[in-house]
Design a protein around this ligand. Structure first.
Ligand SMILES: Cc1ncc(COP(=O)(O)O)c(C=O)c1O
Length: 459
């Protein structure tokens, strides 16, 4: 702790953290994680914290995972990385085959990249060029408000979160935004029952209005993650597929967050039998070990790139990195051999039970979940759904209180996100929610005064 050149000092002096107001960061005590065991992260003082957000939604089987360790070591003895530009590598080729076999029908070719954002850039550029290659000028996109597809500029162009995306407006290409199926705060002013289909109807209105102009629609199937863990009502995704098909618009399913079992199915599209035209995978693809993304497309899309002047001129240095693909293969072996998704039922049940209990706590406005993904929306006043002021940092302060009880969570505004590794056991689900409940209760007076202050300022 007292060393002059330890990680805290180096961090303060040299590191710029993602999505972090740095002045605030530098005024607080940093948590230095040195190791991990199962779903627990261990700091440099030996303290253990349950990782309630799977290291930003990517860790799947906890730490360490012997089979993934072994696969990486085995690959290391052969070669760590060779390019896919002009060469093939066995782990990349095998992983491509296995991904095609487990994703929804129709997807037949895999383009590798490095992370969720680059996976989405690939999807966007393929969708755009597909129409050019077919001699059609469909150059704009449709996306959803509250949507998030990453931080590179193409992905930001499809983003619908003002706080993250607005400032880059002048740099972005044109995208129409349709209402988010956020039934708790339906922007069409409808109740939960009517919100989903009415939001889907708005999508159809835009597609009719802009007939022949929209190349593709992007969607986070079932759960809009970074927008606040917004769970779409049943039937919404299916309807979006019907509408996009009817109007000949490509559907890009961004399963970067929802893929690999998070929602209780291997891929969220499976809940409603949806077959997208393009699908993006990342995060859990290597079990959370190494950066890798895959963009899968239907055969018809791939074939539109086969002419001499139709090549897809896109690629990254580490595209299809052999170590990451080896980790990806071991990850799929674990899913298959240990029937990870099939065995989730009891965990999902306990998770739901504990979330339902939270609905009774003061200042909890909405609790939404699918599988092992959840958002708990805190509000200043439950009956009117009045939000706390942003400057009050309520979500962050509640997460600090929860961290004192040994659980790491990260909020999205005032939505407390809970998304543990799939390997979490029932006992740890209880431990996690005990900490959430205690953390919330310990903040009662803070929440009360913040709510009163908000009302005073409003009034
Ligand atoms: C749905 C979705 N798409 C894309 C991304 C971007 O992924 P990455 O942070 O790996 O670039 C994220 C990240 O959270 C995401 O949730």
């Amino acid at each position: 702790m007292g060393e002059s050149n330890g990680p805290r000092q180096q961090d303060r002096r040299y590191l710029w953290h993602p999505f972090t107001p740095m002045a605030q960061w530098n005024s607080q005590e940093q948590l230095v994680i040195e190791q991990a065991e199962g779903v627990y992260l261990i700091d440099d003082q030996g303290r253990r914290y349950l990782d309630g957000v799977s290291s930003l939604w990517c860790n799947v089987h906890g730490h360490p995972v012997e089979k993934i360790d072994e696969a990486i070591k085995e690959q290391l003895q052969k070669v760590a990385h060779t390019t896919l530009l002009g060469l093939v590598s066995p782990p990349a080729a095998e992983l491509a085959e296995r991904l095609v076999k487990i994703t929804p029908g129709g997807l037949s070719k895999v383009f590798f990249s490095d992370d969720g954002s680059t996976g989405m850039e690939v999807a966007i550029k393929i969708a755009f060029q597909y129409w050019q290659n077919k001699g059609k000028k469909r150059q704009s996109f449709l996306a959803l408000r509250n949507g998030y597809h990453g931080d590179t500029l193409g992905a930001v162009s499809l983003g619908g979160i003002e706080l993250f995306h607005k400032i880059y407006g002048p740099l972005l290409f044109e995208t129409c935004l349709a209402p988010s199926p956020y039934c708790y705060r339906c922007e069409l002013g409808l109740d939960r029952k009517s919100c989903g289909l009415a939001c889907a109807a708005k999508v159809e209105d835009i597609l009719k209005e802009r007939a022949g102009k929209i190349a593709a629609m992007s969607i986070e199937p079932i759960v809009q993650g970074a927008g606040g863990m917004i769970v779409a009502p049943e039937g919404y995704l299916r309807r979006i597929r019907e509408i996009t098909k009817k109007h000949g618009v490509l559907l890009i399913a961004d399963e970067v967050a929802t893929g690999f079992g998070r929602t209780g199915k291997m891929f969220a599209c499976e809940h409603e039998g949806v077959e997208p035209d393009i699908m993006c995978l990342s995060k859990g693809i290597t079990g959370g070990y190494l950066p890798l993304a895959a963009t899968l497309v239907r055969q018809e899309i791939f074939e539109a790139f086969s002419g001499p002047e139709q090549t897809f001129y896109h690629g990254h240095t580490y595209t299809g990195n052999a170590l990451a693909c080896a980790a990806g293969l071991a990850n799929l072996d674990i899913f298959e051999k240990e029937e990870v998704v099939e065995q989730l039922g009891a965990k999902i049940g306990r998770f739901a039970e504990r979330l339902e209990e939270l609905k009774r706590q003061d200042f909890v406005g909405d609790v939404r979940y699918k599988g092992l993904m959840a958002g708990i929306e805190l509000v200043a006043d439950v009956p009117s759904k009045q939000a706390f002021g942003c400057e009050q940092r309520i979500g962050a302060r509640v997460c600090e209180a929860i961290r004192k009880r040994g659980v790491i969570l990260r909020p999205l505004g005032d939505v407390i996100v809970v998304m543990p590794p799939l390997s979490i056991c029932l006992e740890d689900i209880d431990r996690l929610f005990d900490a959430v409940g205690q953390g919330l209760r310990s903040c009662r007076s803070l929440l009360k005064s913040a709510g009163q202050e908000g009302r005073r300022n409003d009034g």
